[in-house]
Each structure stands twice: as C-alpha cells, then as structure tokens.
Design a protein around this ligand. Structure first.
Ligand code: GLA
Length: 385
C-alpha cells in the first residue's frame, strides 16, 4: 500500500486526514555482529518500507492499528503499559514510552501501521516500524529529534522494552540511508560515510523462509560471549573497552586465557571489522571481485566461528556459486535463518533469482522468496495532512 492509499484508508476509518511517515528495512553488505562491539558495519536501506499514518485526536489516548493484523490497541498516554505485551504492538509502544522518558510530550494520536518489509527475514522490519513510529509521534509537538538521536531512541525501545539487546545498525541506516549508497557506520562514534554502490550491480536478497527470532536467546548469548572476551582481555590491556579495541595480535597473544568458544567469537568480530574497512576500500577502487571474496569470507566466519548460520543459509550461500553475474554473497543480519545478500550484475539478476530459487528448492524442498533491490533512501515524511 503506498502512502496515498494508506491515508485514504485512514481517512475512511477515522474521518480525519493523517500525515504519513515511512522507514525502510535494510540489508547488511558486511560487518555482522560487529555493531554491539563498537565496530563497523556497511548496510544499505532496501526499497521495502513500513508506513505509519498518524492523526491527532482530542483525548489523551494512543490508539494503534495495523493493516495486517486484526488486533487494535488503545492506551491512556499517562499510563502506558511499562511491560511488553509480546505482540507487534510492542515496537510502537516501546517507542512511545522512550519518547516520553526522554521528555518528548506526546499528543493523543491514532496510528495505522502498514508494513511491507518481510517479517522475521532479518531485513529489520522491527527497526522500520520503530523509526516510522518515532517520526510519527515526535513530529506534532514541533520539537524535532535529530535522526541519529531518533535512531538511538528506537534502539533503546528494542533493548529495554522489547528485550532484544540489538546494536545501533538497523535503526541508524533506516534513518539515514541514501539511495545508491551503502552506509559505513562507526558504531562507537556514530560517524558515517556514504559509499556508492555501482549502478550496474543489484543487491539480490534470497529468503530461506526459515524464520529468525531476535528476542530468542542466541543473539543475546552471542553478545554476552563478546562481553566475556572483553572482560578477560581488558585484564591484559587497560585501554580495551570493547572488541573494537583489540588487535588480532593481542587476541592471539592471549588465546590461551580465553575459553575456546569465546576465542572464536572474538576472532570473528576482530576479522569482520577488518573486512568491512577492506570492503569499503575495494568498493572505492571498483574492485568488485575482491568485495565478493570478502563477503564469502564473512559467511564462513559467521558459520564456523560465530556459529549463527543454519543449514538453509549455507545451502543458499552455496547455491549462488557459479551462477552468471554472481560477484559474492553471504548470510545477512542476525542469523539462524533469514536471508543471504548477493551482489549480482544487474543484467543477470532476473536469471540469477530463477536459478538460485530452483537450486535451493531442490535441496531443501522449500520455495524461497527473492528480492532484487537497489540501495534506497532512509526514513522521512511522505504525506503532510
Ligand atoms: C540484528 C541486530 C543488529 C546487528 C545484527 C547482526 O540485525 O538488530 O543490531 O547486531 O543483528 O549484525
């Protein structure tokens, strides 16, 4: 549903003309599980958006509806629930609560949410709904939040209200992405740079259809394993505050002090940070073959060292090999299901999705979904009242 259609639906139901805000999902080209280690990431927004239509209401209520789910929710603004309800509405509610806690006055509002980002596919449908909601709710009082602050607030909503200890990558790129570019983000300083993606290359996303669940324990466990690594290494080097601060030589020098699993997790993060910087360098030199090699290395590391892949992701990554126009690919996002991202020469993209779908279906008996994407713009207002 586009912004106009959503506004019409809103008007028909609530008899008032809404504003419509949108925020995109994302795909990460490289830099996986580095964001919460103060490291580097290189995501792009994709052209799937979540839209939130918002109308101000005279009472002090927050009403939340979706075009996709039947349930509707209504809360008093002065007594928003402080614990999650374990439904999609948590992403909206979490953002409303964080805005209130940060001192942003909320008006009585009706929200109608329409999401086109595939859910549970590792393409950040949650960041998209959070960011679009934050724009919708923070706009009317006129006190605008800078986008980087808005991204942090959305991350806080997911960390503290929804209960997933995610990093800043998804919310940040959903806010600040630019068409035609990947965004190199330093997750410590939040400094960022736009890196052009050649126009003759498509980001082909292949969905294994295995659902990934972030609030599930494995993601949070990986995060604690990294923290354990930091704690041990900080005993040797006082300026180590995150894995970002550890060099490969330092890790090797103290490998015996680390339990084997912790050592593997740390090694992935340290090498992955290097791969992100190297990928950016190669993109700037237009050396796409080298970018492809780095993406393959990243996949192997996520599979063998960080252990967040799954058989279906490995099959999908393998299935791309040898297809015409394929430059490189890897699993993308948190893992345990979801998608692979593939760089494919644009002229071959259609044939690529047909062939990879067939190969994947033969080996798994699952029909995958595929999306041929180009880097898209970040969040914004689509329709004023
Ligand atoms: C999820 C999280 C991100 C990031 C990735 C892994 O998408 O939301 O913050 O940690 O996993 O790179």
């Amino acid at each position: 549903m586009n912004a106009l259609e959503l506004a019409e639906r809103f008007e028909a139901e609530f008899r008032t003309r809404p504003q419509v805000f949108s925020a995109p999902g994302r795909v990460n080209l490289i830099g996986e599980h580095t964001d919460y280690n103060d490291g580097f990431v290189l995501p792009s927004a994709i052209g799937f958006y979540t839209r939130v239509a918002v109308g101000v209401r005279p009472d002090r209520k927050l009403a939340i509806r979706s075009t996709k789910f039947a349930e509707s929710y209504e809360f008093e603004l002065i007594s928003l629930p402080q614990n999650r309800l374990a439904t999609w509405c948590d992403y909206v509610l979490g953002v409303a609560i964080m805005l209130q806690r940060a001192g942003y006055p909320l008006c009585g509002s009706t929200l109608l949410v329409d999401g086109e980002v595939p859910i549970g596919a590792g393409l950040s449908s949650s960041a998209a709904i959070e960011v679009a909601t934050a724009l919708a709710l923070s706009n009317p009082p006129g006190k605008k939040l800078p986008l980087a602050e808005l991204a942090k607030l959305c991350q806080k909503a997911e960390n503290e209200f929804v209960g997933a200890r995610v990093g800043i990558m998804d919310q940040f790129v959903s806010c600040l992405a630019q068409e035609g570019h990947a965004l190199l983000l330093d997750c410590r300083s939040l400094d960022y740079e736009m890196v052009p993606i050649p126009t003759n290359v498509k980001l082909v996303i292949c969905n294994t259809m295995v659902k990934h669940e972030l609030s599930g324990g494995e993601y949070n466990r990986r995060r604690s394993e990294c923290e354990q690594g930091v704690e041990i290494l900080a005993g040797f080097y006082h300026d180590v505050h995150a894995l970002r601060d550890v060099s490969q030589d330092q890790l090797l020098a103290h490998s015996a002090a680390l339990p084997p699993v912790i050592y593997k997790r740390c090694l992935h993060v340290i090498e992955e940070n290097r791969r992100v910087k190297e990928t950016v360098r190669c993109l700037r030199l237009d050396d796409l073959q080298a970018v492809g090699t780095l993406m393959r290395e990243s996949h192997r590391s996520l599979r063998d060292l960080y252990e967040v892949s799954c058989p279906e992701l490995d099959i999908m990554a393998e299935a791309a090999e040898g297809l015409p126009g394929f430059i490189g690919g890897r699993m993308t996002g948190g893992g345990f299901g979801g998608c692979t991202v593939n760089l494919v020469e644009a002229v071959h993209a259609e044939a690529f999705v047909k062939a990879i779908s067939e190969r994947y279906r033969q080996r798994t008996a699952i029909a995958p979904e595929t999306y041929i994407c180009s880097p898209a713009n970040g969040a914004g207002i689509e329709l004023t009242a």
